[in-house]
Write a protein that binds this ligand. Structure first.
Ligand code: SF4
Length: 374
């Protein structure tokens, strides 16, 4: 099994908090798309694993013109071994969603939409420098449902300084009213070199409060749990049967091929990442010059990644699986490093599986780092 990730590196506006790779200039659009098609054809002969999921991420994949979307999918279908009924996700911003476009996406084969809602308050969207209004998010989710796309996930952001617990509750209520089967919710973080980091530095905005973010996270989990969602990963909540296959495979260590500027690939042993610059990526592919860097992963690297993603999942980390995959040394290390967090109540054994407790959930990344072997 495997997945294909396509990175569409263009956005209409730069959201203040975002540190993904994207450009607001579309001058290189034609060259980047031509190079992405060439890159797919380049890797296809050696990519033998069946493709179970295809994911258009970004950037803003809903900026793709319909012909390019169709062509990318046609290349994948003709040159890779794609599973019947593969999950095909397109990340879409509300401002790009119309009846016509939904029909075209569906016809091309897209069967899952990930809609970047973020908040149902216009002033919060403005604060984030998003390009849409809250009413457009609501309208676009309903329109997609009307067009027969049931597999919809929406993204929300909590811990926004311009927000409050009361507003967050309203956001969660609205998300539930839309009756989508999947919700991803992320804490706002201040990433280096973003406009938000600059505003925090010069004192224009206050830093997100960890206490407030934690309270909103706790509220979200309980509200979604009550509404029948499974918190299968720290940021991901799905109704039974509606978990993201692409992301679940990624957390399970299933190989994936990343196409496009800045995209990463993983085949079980190596990690590869493409040039994070649209013009340089396109030029390198056109001139057959190396457009990626590659790293052979050691057993230790693979163990650390396994712990990083495993801790965030509700299923946790199986000690036996660690022993079989990485050896006795690693399972013994995990057991001994986990002890202090078991004592303070942030981790617990569930049979053979090491899982975060509800108190430990918010500290997942720090706990995972302490379980690493360095
Ligand atoms: S639309 Fe998405 S990728 Fe683009 S700037 Fe905003 S958050 Fe980043």
């Amino acid at each position: 099994m495997s997945g294909i990730y396509l990175h569409i590196p263009f956005c209409r506006k730069a959201c203040h908090y975002c540190d993904f790779h994207f450009s607001t200039s579309t001058k290189s659009y034609a060259d980047v798309l031509a190079s992405m098609k060439a890159e797919l054809r380049y890797w296809a002969p050696a990519w033998e694993a069946k493709v179970q999921t295809i994911y258009f991420g970004g950037g803003t994949p809903s900026m793709l013109n319909e012909q390019d979307l169709r062509e990318l999918l046609d290349i994948i279908r003709s040159e890779f071994d794609v599973e019947q009924g593969a999950e095909i996700t397109l990340e879409a911003n509300p401002e790009d969603i119309s009846g016509e476009r939904l029909s075209a996406w569906k016809e091309a084969g897209v069967n899952r939409l990930s809609i970047g809602v973020q908040s149902f308050f216009d002033d919060e969207l403005e604060w984030m420098n998003r390009n849409h209004k809250a009413s457009k998010s609501i309208e676009s989710v309903r329109l997609a449902q009307k067009h027969g796309i049931d597999n919809i996930t929406i993204d929300l952001i909590y811990g926004v300084p311009a927000s409050s617990m009361e507003r967050w509750k309203e956001n969660v209520k609205m998300a539930l009213e839309l009756e989508v089967p999947h919700i991803s919710a992320y804490a706002l973080t201040v990433e280096p070199k973003t406009a938000l980091a600059h505003s925090v530095k010069v004192g224009k905005v206050t830093e997100p409060s960890e206490g407030e973010a934690h309270a909103q996270f706790v509220y979200l989990r309980s509200a979604l749990n009550e509404a029948g969602f499974e918190a299968y990963e720290i940021s991901n909540y799905g109704k039974p049967g509606w978990h993201s296959v692409h992301n679940s495979n990624y957390w399970n260590g299933v190989p994936y091929l990343g196409i496009g500027p800045g995209a990463h690939s993983f085949d079980g042993d190596i990690r590869r990442w493409n040039i994070r610059n649209n013009v340089k990526y396109a030029r390198a592919i056109q001139n057959s010059v190396n457009w990626f860097e590659i790293e052979q992963l050691s057993v230790r690297d693979r163990y650390n990644e396994f712990v990083m993603t495993g801790v965030r999942r509700s299923a946790g980390i199986s000690l036996e699986e660690v022993r079989v995959r990485f050896g006795e040394e690693y399972s013994a290390h995990l057991q001994s490093e986990a002890e202090r967090y078991i004592e303070n109540g942030w981790l617990a054994w569930n049979g053979d599986r090491l899982c975060l407790t509800s108190d430990g959930l918010f500290f997942a990344d720090g706990i995972a780092a302490d379980l690493f072997l360095v």
